[in-house]
Write a protein that binds this ligand. Structure first.
Ligand SMILES: [Zn+2]
Length: 104
């Protein structure tokens, strides 16, 4: 049952599969990266997984950036204006003689 090729598998398939996300995004330690690459040379099923993983990472990287809905800025500005007005009412700036200076 044990072919010479199987003896070259120094790491197990489960470890390689678990490492594929870091392998695809180039975050593996150099020694781990070599171990994954050596395994992929001899293990077609993991090589297929790695190929599919790379495909997913590449297509995710080509997606356009996600922008917030267009009315978020308007609602945020309204909220901040409202908060500023509330602050104005509760703590007006005042000088020593009691004269108040509205913020606007
Ligand atoms: Zn494998």
């Amino acid at each position: 049952m044990n072919s010479p090729q199987e003896k070259k598998l120094t790491v197990c398939c489960a470890w390689v599969i678990a490492s594929l996300d870091k392998y695809a995004s180039d975050e593996l330690l150099p020694s781990d990266r070599v171990a994954v690459e050596q395994h992929l040379c001899h293990c077609p099923s993991c090589a297929d997984e790695a190929e599919a993983y790379g495909e997913i990472v590449r297509s995710a990287e080509s997606l356009p950036p996600i922008l917030p809905p267009p009315d978020v800025e308007r609602r945020l500005r309204n909220f901040l204006a409202e908060a500023l007005r509330a602050t104005d009412r509760s703590s007006p700036l005042s000088s020593a003689d009691g004269t108040t200076f509205p913020l606007k």
